[in-house]
Design a binder for this molecule. Structure first.
Ligand SMILES: NC(=O)c1ccc[n+]([C@@H]2O[C@H](COP(=O)([O-])OP(=O)(O)OC[C@H]3O[C@@H](n4cnc5c(N)ncnc54)[C@H](OP(=O)(O)O)[C@@H]3O)[C@@H](O)[C@H]2O)c1
Length: 332
């Protein structure tokens, strides 16, 4: 069914107050009619990264938006230019475009993806950023998630926890680092007995040696690297010969002196080091097929859910870093 015009004239929008962690609520007008290839999404849940990500229901269609029907459950992709992955530009929601913390958002249909039916709204909202980044970090050059590998995941934040779930579903063994013993105890319970091991990188600063011990001296197949310059050389020591480092973040101190030995180690160990930039619509679809096929759920890696009445507390919750996994706001 095609609905040529928007059924609403306005939406409620939450925007960050400049220089503050509070949000301001306002009413803004919606285009009516919708641009021809756009869809109007009623937002159910928003997950917070340093950008926000939404999942919601299609409630109106532009005159030329044949990919979706009213009632479809969808998410907009974070990088609005990344359709196939071959695009040479990048424009983010919450960057070049508005974020998605609003009752409704208008998106071009080509940047929206159907979400797996078995996921609830909070789980679905974790897919466009943390989920897709985790997927892109783990897949091989053919875009597949190979079975039975070993990964080192740094930290217990949203990306690492989504990567943990995907990796476990693919039969991987996982080693996680954290600054907190209690977080490590909690994440080990996410996987089957013995498949997730933890290292406190604060109490064990030479954590790469522990990784080698846990892998019988071989090293892991892949590292999801979140530290950047501070940890990169240690990650190279922790990965096996011919392994992969997926560079996702740079949360540590960015001091070039810490990179001493990087090039020779990388050559000696024939390591592939690749930058990760969330992912494209086509990768999002491939990830969703994997999630549907395995029936994977993410409810156990959502650290905190804020209802609409507690929305003001969510940005502060993100900043404290006390939560394992994802922070989500429900709008309905
Ligand atoms: N490249 C991309 O496409 C992409 C996409 C999304 C996010 N990111 C980036 O990836 C990083 C992780 O994102 P996220 O959403 O998972 O963040 P998050 O939910 O805020 O989690 C960050 C966690 O990383 C750990 N951590 C902090 N400093 C660290 C360090 N120096 N070395 C290793 N681990 C450290 C901490 O875990 P413990 O509390 O357990 O110690 C912290 O809770 C951020 O830098 C983010 O900007 C990149």
């Amino acid at each position: 069914m095609s609905v040529a015009s928007s059924i609403l004239n306005s939406r409620t929008v939450y925007r960050r107050t400049p220089n503050s962690r509070t949000l301001s609520r306002s009413s803004e007008s919606l285009p009516n009619p919708l641009p021809p290839t756009s869809i109007l999404i009623e937002v159910h849940a928003v997950s917070l990264n340093y950008r926000d990500n939404a999942a919601g229901t299609v409630v109106a269609l532009g005159s030329h938006a044949p990919r979706f029907a009213i009632g479809d459950r969808v998410s907009p992709i974070l990088d609005q230019d990344a359709i196939t992955g071959d695009e040479q530009t990048r424009r983010w929601l919450g960057g070049e475009f508005d974020g998605v913390l609003a009752s409704h958002v208008v998106m071009d249909e080509q940047v929206c993806i159907r979400i797996p039916e078995h996921l609830d709204w909070t789980e679905a909202a974790c897919l466009p950023n943390a989920g897709l980044t985790a997927w892109s970090s783990l897949i091989n050059a053919q875009g597949e998630l190979p079975a039975g590998r070993t990964a080192l995941l740094q930290g217990t934040g949203g990306v690492s926890m989504m990567a943990l779930k995907l990796a476990i579903a693919a039969g991987w063994k996982v080693i996680m680092t954290s600054s907190s013993d209690s977080k490590l105890a909690d994440v080990q319970a996410v996987g089957p007995e013995g498949r997730v091991q933890g290292i406190n990188h604060r109490s064990e600063p030479a954590w790469e040696e522990k990784v080698l011990k846990l892998t019988d001296g071989r090293g892991v197949d892949l590292v999801v690297e979140n530290g950047g310059m501070e940890s990169l050389v240690q990650s190279l020591k922790a990965v096996r010969k011919g392994g992969t480092i997926s560079q996702v973040g740079y949360l540590g101190k960015q001091d070039t002196a810490a990179l001493a030995g990087f090039v020779s180690l990388m050559i000696d160990k024939t390591v592939t080091s690749r930058g990760i930039n969330v992912g494209s619509c086509r990768e999002f679809e491939r990830m969703n097929r994997f999630i549907e096929m395995t029936g994977l759920r993410f409810d156990d890696v959502i650290g905190r859910v804020y209802g609409i009445d507690h929305i003001q507390e969510a940005p502060e919750g993100l900043q404290t870093g006390s939560t394992i996994g994802k922070i989500v706001i429900t709008l309905k």
